[in-house]
Structures are given as C-alpha cells and as structure tokens.
Design a protein around this ligand. Structure first.
Ligand code: ATP
Length: 289
C-alpha cells in the first residue's frame, strides 16, 4: 500500500523569545502559518522490519538522522509495529532555511504512517509525539495558522490570515538555528507585539498583519550575515507591503496583495537570488484524524 502526503513549509509572522528557561530551552511565542510550497512524501509499507529513506537532495541525510526517519521510528517503537516503511522524499522546501522543512516532513510521516499502520491516533496525539522529535513538529502536524508557545509545542489554533501573496527568497547560505539562539542577547531587543498580530488575524486586517510582522532573531542573523539584511531592504524597495525573515533565517519573505506587485518583486529578485518562490498562504488546518 502506498500513500502520498504533502509537507508544506511554514513562515513565522512573528517570533518572540521571552526568556531562557532553567532547562536550557528558550520560552517562545510565535505566530506561524503554512504556505503553498511543499515537499512530497511517498510512504509505503515494507514486510520486513526496516525504515528506508530515499532522498536525492544534498544536505539531507538518508539515514536515521533524517527527521522523517525519526518520526516513523518513534511510531514503530511506541506501538510495537512489526512491519517497516519506505519513505521517498521529494524535497521542494529549501534546507536549513527557517521554513521548517525537516519538521514538516516528520509531521507528514506521523500523519501518513498513522493511516498506513492503522493506529487511529488523533491529531492532538500525533502533535504530542511530534514534540519529542523537534519543537516545530507539533505545529506542522496541524498545519494552518497558530500561536505556538513553550518550546513551540503548545499550540493554539488561529483563523486563516487575510489572503495575500508570499514571495520567499533564500540567499545561498545555510543558517544553524542552534547557533542563532546561542548568540541571541535579549537585553535591548525589540519584542514583537504578538497580541496585536493575533488580533489582526482575527479581524482579517491585512494592514495590521503587515504592521506587526516582527522576529527577534533578525538582529542575530543580520549581524552574522549582512547579506540577509540587504535582501530584506531590496524586497522593500521592490514594492513589498511588508518583509520579514522567517525563523532563524536566512529565508526572507514579503507579503503583497496585488498580482502586478508580486510579479515585479518576483522578477526583481530572480535577477540575483537563486531561490525565489511566489506562493499563497494555505491558512487552513489539516482536517483528518
Ligand atoms: P526550522 O525552521 O524548524 O528551524 P529549518 O528550515 O531551518 O528548520 P530544516 O530544513 O528542517 O531547517 O533542516 C535543518 C537540518 O536538519 C538540515 O541541515 C538537515 O541536515 C537536517 N534534516 C534532517 N531531516 C531532514 C529533512 N527531512 N529535510 C530537511 N532537513 C533535514
């Protein structure tokens, strides 16, 4: 039996770090939403006991370090499953980009193998398991739009944001999330107004959403990779309504409402940035389970 699952990328409409906890993790407050740029995973049951990853992408491990592998292994061990799984990943989301590609693959495997192994777990149960794999996996299990707190695993659903284009640009550098958090100094940072962002989403207020895009990690990534800051400035000049770095970067995204402006921005960036995508917000949550 085979199953195809989509694993969409996420962007952060806001990302705040409140403080460093005694367990070493950071206490976060993030507004996240999924966009229509997705990896595709083909899942298949195997009669023997193995989990096999097929991935043609450089920088993505095809062994037990792959987050998709970890997700299948977690379900298999927890529920004492005898059969194996073959997981083929068609990678469309840029890697180490701040778009949660690996976490979304893991979440897609949790949802898909839940079906193939007939485990009948709810999305809430899958999200709880996902938190054992990585902080963004719980959000990716639900998809859609949410406020994420704690390490990112405490999820409150939000309505879909006002519709618009999202133009994503990824400079040719990889950023380590762990290193960005390590270099973050919370003294003097400007914290996002998360409540104002949540209110804007509830009210369908596009301009309010644009005005409240904010990410405390920008200050760190911009310092070590000034190229990312220049890209953000360029995107504003090309006519974006609002621009923000996603996650720990280096992907920067612009919001625009009008098709003609989206086209101008996209064409302008294509001139010198290798990976540029114009996509829509997905907004809505996953429905099954
Ligand atoms: P986040 O936004 O959650 O911080 P990211 O988009 O910055 O994530 P990923 O693309 O998820 O980063 O990849 C981070 C690292 O995880 C990569 O360097 C890669 O080696 C490893 N990895 C493991 N499994 C996967 C996977 N299925 N897809 C992509 N990367 C993976």
């Amino acid at each position: 039996m085979k199953l195809l699952v989509k694993a969409p990328a996420k962007i952060n409409l806001s990302l705040d770090v409140l403080y460093k906890r005694t367990d070493g993790y950071h206490e976060l407050e993030m507004v996240m939403t999924t966009v229509d740029l997705a990896d595709r995973l083909e899942l298949e049951l195997l009669n023997d006991d193995r989990i096999v990853i097929h991935s043609q992408t450089r920088f993505v491990p095809d062994d037990d370090r792959n987050l998709a592998y970890k997700a299948a292994k977690l379900l298999k061990d927890r529920f004492n499953i005898k059969s194996g799984a073959s997981i083929t990943i068609e990678k469309n989301i840029p890697v180490a980009a701040g778009l949660a590609g690996g976490s979304s693959d893991a979440a897609a495997v949790l949802r898909g193998m839940n079906k193939l192994w007939d485990l009948r777990l709810t999305l809430d149960e899958l999200a709880e398991l996902g938190a054992e794999i990585g902080s963004d996996v719980s959000f990716c299990v639900y998809g859609g739009t949410a406020l994420a707190k704690g390490r990112g695993e405490i999820i409150t659903p939000l309505p879909p944001p006002p519709n618009c284009w999202v133009v994503l640009a990824k400079p040719a550098i990889g950023v380590s999330t762990a290193e960005v958090y390590e270099h973050l100094n919370l003294n003097g940072v400007i914290h996002p107004n998360t409540k104002a962002m949540v209110d804007a989403i509830y009210q369908g207020d596009y301009h309010g959403m644009c005005a409240n895009l904010s990410n405390v990690l920008e200050s760190v990534t911009f310092k070590y990779f000034p190229k990312v800051k220049h890209l953000k400035d360029d995107m504003k000049r090309f006519g974006a309504d609002a621009v923000l770095m996603s996650g720990s970067g280096p992907t920067v995204f612009a919001l625009v409402q009008h098709d003609s402006r989206m086209q101008r921005l996209y064409n302008g960036l294509r001139g010198y940035c290798h990976q540029v995508y114009a996509v829509r917000l997905l907004g809505k949550r996953n429905e099954f389970s």
